[in-house]
Design a binder for this molecule. Structure first.
Ligand SMILES: [Zn+2]
Length: 457
């Protein structure tokens, strides 16, 4: 028998049930933790009945992209097993497989933490591996961006020839992996009008992975993503198989895209705002293409998919729309600010900064964020979190008037204070770190305006 022992499964499941009903977090990984203690190869065993699986990793965008890929597959009635509750380590994948009601023949879609990719890919043997980007994130957890990129090189070198690699051509460290594997589908952004003038402040990976020379950019889109080439060797951005040929932002309410594919262009109208979501859409279309799905059907399904909590999701709260934009690293926050600038009215902001393990203990990254770009657009600024005073200092040193911001010690007070300062029906934009996002979510659940986290799936 290749299935884990029935006792182990039953035990792991009941612990998950107890955890959920005792109200301790989402209870999303405890069963997986226990199962992996009992059976270290449990993921390989549990994944046996799946028809195939797809693994998606990135610093930014993996949660949203996994949702888009799930939508494309569901549009053609494919049964899915996914870790949609946001638990993206090996134990989260194990728990999703444990919870699967009908895994036989299903397609597994898993978003996976960058550092957990090695063990997950080894056990799942996925048909498709999607690698989207590597940005500086939680430095104290990972050490170096280079180490993660090296880890992904090893991962790619161990892949069987039959695995399809879906790679971001615009990220030099990711595109380099195309030289190490035969079956590759690349994606990127071609629309020159979406480019920025220069490599951003938060740019991370700007040296050639082949010869270490500084790269030259013809266009920059987000951070170090763009049209790059090495002046010293043959490395350059490969022409992508799937690309955003036209990107028309519609403020914070979404965007319209034309995505060029090997079988012709498809149109995607999405409620997900910003160029970072255009990359997510391109990654999802490239994945659908590599799976042989009908791309017009996929594009419609991808376009009609809403945001995950914390990824531009809107929640109705006391006559206002609350939009939550996860703020966990400079590149991601800069892109969110760039999207917020498109909002025509004064911005009412709730900024939440925690420094717990899942956020990264080092909050110095906030000094790499270009908050100054929105200073003259801010209508009100409410700050909260374990390190709220660090954030207030960041704004103050940037030149933001201190008498126009308030700092609060708990989320409920901060939310009330923010709502008090705002005109009727104005939207509130929340920029929380990961654990602050969970606290905000819990507060919204208490107020009866959002569902429990683990019911999200
Ligand atoms: Zn080079």
């Amino acid at each position: 028998m290749r299935t884990p022992s029935t006792v182990a499964r039953a035990l792991a499941r009941s612990i998950g049930w107890l955890s959920r009903h005792a109200g301790r977090g989402g209870g999303t990984t405890v069963p997986g933790v226990i199962l992996l203690r009992l059976r270290p190869d449990a993921v390989a065993e549990l994944a046996g009945p799946l028809g195939r699986s797809i693994v998606i990793s990135a610093t930014n965008g993996k949660t949203t992209t996994a949702r888009l890929v799930v939508a494309a597959l569901e549009a053609v009635d494919t049964p899915i097993v996914a870790n949609t509750a946001g638990s993206n380590l090996l134990r989260g994948v194990a728990t999703a497989l444990l919870d699967a009601k009908r895994p036989t023949g299903a397609t597994g879609v898993f978003e996976v933490d960058e550092a957990a990719m090695g063990s997950v890919v080894e056990q799942l043997a996925p048909e498709v591996v999607v690698l989207m980007n590597l940005f500086r994130d939680q430095l104290d957890r990972y050490g170096e961006l280079e180490a993660l990129a090296d880890g992904w090189v090893e991962l790619v070198d161990r892949l069987p020839e039959t695995t399809t690699l879906v790679l971001n051509a615009d990220d030099p460290a990711i595109a380099e992996l195309a030289h190490r594997h035969a079956k590759v589908v690349t994606f990127g952004v071609d629309d020159a009008s979406a480019a920025r003038a220069a490599v951003q402040h938060a740019a991370d990976s700007t040296t050639c992975r082949n010869c270490s020379s500084p790269l030259v950019y013809e266009r920059v889109f987000i951070g170090h993503l763009g049209h790059w080439r090495c002046p010293n060797c043959d490395r350059r951005r490969p022409p992508p198989d799937v690309s955003v040929a036209a990107f028309d932002p519609e403020g914070i309410s979404g965007s319209s895209l034309t995505v060029a594919t090997p079988t012709g262009p498809v149109a995607v109208a999405t409620a997900l705002p910003g160029l970072h979501n255009a990359y997510n859409v391109a990654a999802a279309v490239a994945t659908a293409s590599s799976l042989g799905l009908d791309l017009h059907t996929s594009a419609r399904a991808i376009g009609s998919t809403g945001a995950a909590f914390g990824r531009a999701e809107r929640v109705a709260l006391a006559g206002h729309d609350l939009m939550v934009l996860l703020a966990k690293n400079p590149a991601g926050v800069n892109e969110n600010l760039r999207t917020l600038v498109l909002h025509p009215d004064p911005l009412h902001l709730l900024v939440l900064l925690n420094d717990r393990t899942a956020d990264g203990r080092d909050v110095s990254w906030i000094w790499d964020v270009d908050y100054e770009e929105i200073f003259d657009r801010v209508g009100s600024l409410t700050i909260c979190g374990d390190r709220g005073h660090d954030m207030a200092l960041r704004f103050r040193y940037g030149g933001f008037p201190v008498d126009r911001l308030t700092v609060h010690s708990n989320v409920g007070d901060a939310l009330d204070a923010a709502l008090l300062t705002m005109p009727d029906r104005a939207p509130l934009f929340a920029l929380p770190t990961y654990t602050a996002m969970l606290e905000l979510r819990a507060e919204l659940v208490r107020r009866g305006v959002a569902d429990d986290f683990w019911k999200d799936a």
